[in-house]
Design a protein around this ligand. Sequence first.
Ligand code: HEC
Length: 483
Amino acid sequence: MRHPRLPPIVLFAARLLAACLATVPAHSAPEAPAAPRNLPKYVVGACAGCHGTSLEGGSAPSLVDATWKFGGSDDQIAASIRVGNPQAGMPAFGGSLSEKDIRGLVVHLRELASKASQRTNPAPRLNEKALNSSRLHSFLIETSTSNLVEPWSLAFLPDGRSLVTEKGGTLRVIVAGVAGAPVVGTPPVDASGQGGLFDVVPHPEFARNGWIYLIFADPQKKSDGKVQSMTAVVRGRIQGNTWNEQEVVFRAPLSTYRGSGGVHFGGRMAFDRAGFLFFSIGERGQGPDAQNLSLPNGKIHRVHDDGRIPADNPFVAQAGAMPSIWSYGHRNPQGLRIDPATDLLWEHEHGPRGGDELNRIQRGRNYGWPLATYGINYNGTSITDLTARADLESPLTAWVPSIAPCGLSVYSGDRFPLWKTHLFVSALGSKELRRIQIKEGQVVDQEIILKAPGRLRDVTTSPDGLIYLLLPDRVARLVPGGP
Ligand code: HEC
C-alpha cells in the first residue's frame, strides 16, 4: 500500500500500530464496529454496504446525522427508501421490501439518529450543585425528601403534608420534608415484574372527607389456588399512621387476573372538576384485548368517587361492554392528568419499540393500539405499517425512539410563569424530564429539561408552584433561580 502524501513519522506510527495489532492474541483483536443491535439482516446487508456499518456514512451519506437531502419526516424517509434515487446510486427498495419493513427501517434510523445526537449534542444533565438552564427558565434542584426506594407517585394534601408511594408497596406521609414510617394496613400488592403500588391521589374534597385513593397491582387467589394480579383501585382514610375504612372502588373480574411478573398495569388516576375519577389500566401484554370492550385492560375508565358507574359513560348501553370504560385502544398508560384550567384530560402511554404516545382523551374514542402504532416489535420486526387510520385517534406526538414515559403534570403554578399550561413528562427509559407546549391541539415546542442519573417515575406541581420530581431514591424539586 502506498501513502504518497503522509509524512514519515505518520507512516512509521501506522506501521508500528499494524505490527502491534498483528501480534495481539486473537481474543483481544480489535473488532469491526459492531453492527447496530437488533437490526434485521436486510438492513445490515442491504444498506450498510453503501451507508456504512452503523449507517453513519460510507460511500453513501450518513443516515444518522439528522440532515436529510430529501426531507426528514417519517413519510419522506419512507419515500426515499421506497423509490430511491437510482441515477445517484440509491436503489429503489419498494419492490423488495414491504411497507411494514420500510416502517421498521424508519424507526431504526430514528433510533440510531437519536443515539448519535445524544453523543454529539447531549441533553443537560441534572446538576444539583449549580444553576440548571433551559430555554425559558433557569432553576436549582433541591432534594426535598430523601431515603425512599423507587418512589412512584407524589401527591400534596391541602394541609401542607404530602403522600408518596413506593413501587414495592409502601405509602408514606411526608411532613416538613421527612417521610414517615410506612402507613400500616395498606392493601398487599404484587410487586413482581412491573407490578407494585402505583398512584396515590387525594379526593378533591379531601379536607372535608379525608378519602385517599390508591391504584395498584392487586394479588388475588383464583379458584385453582394460584395467586394472580390485576390493576385495582381502593380508597381509605389515614388515621394516626394507619390505613382505615378501606372501600374497593374498582376491581376487575377474577378471570382477567394474570400471573405474577406481569407487565403493563397502567396505574394512574385523575379527578376532574365534576368529581369523576378516571384511571388507566394497561393491556397486560395482551395487545388485542385493548380493542375488546368486554375486557378492562387497555382502557381508561371513569367512575363516580365511590366506584358507581356514571349514567353517561359511553358504553353503558352496549351489550357485553364494561360500563366503566371511557376510552380504549391503549397500551400502557402511565401518565393521566387533568389540566385544572381547561379540564382537558391528558394521557401518555408506552408504545412498543418506538411509538410512545401523548394523547388527549375523549369520551368513547379508540386510541388505536395495536391496530396503528408508530412503533415496532422489540425484536426489530414490524407490527403494522399503519401509524394512523381515519377511525382511530392519532397521538399529539409519538416518541420514536421510545422514552418510556411515566408521570405527567400540567404546570399550573406561578413560580415559572413562562411554563404555565405546559406539560411536563418524566421518563423511565430515557431518564429525562421533558417540557411540552401545546397550542390549539398541536405540540408547538418540546424540550428535554434535564437528564437524570436514574429512572424518573413521577413529576408533579406543588400547590406553591414548584415542580417536584421523583428520583429513584428521593424527591427533588425545581426552584426558580438565576437572573
Ligand atoms: C448501492 C448503494 C446504496 C444502498 C445499498 C443503499 N443506499 Fe441509500 N443512498 C445511496 C446514495 C448514493 C444516496 C444519496 C442519493 C442522493 O444524494 O441523491 C442514498 C440516499 C438514501 C436516503 C436519502 C437520504 C437523504 O439525505 O434524504 C435514504 C433515506 C436512504 N438512502 C436509505 C437507505 C436504506 C434504508 C437502505 C437499505 C435498505 C439504503 N439506503 C441502501 C446509496 C445506497
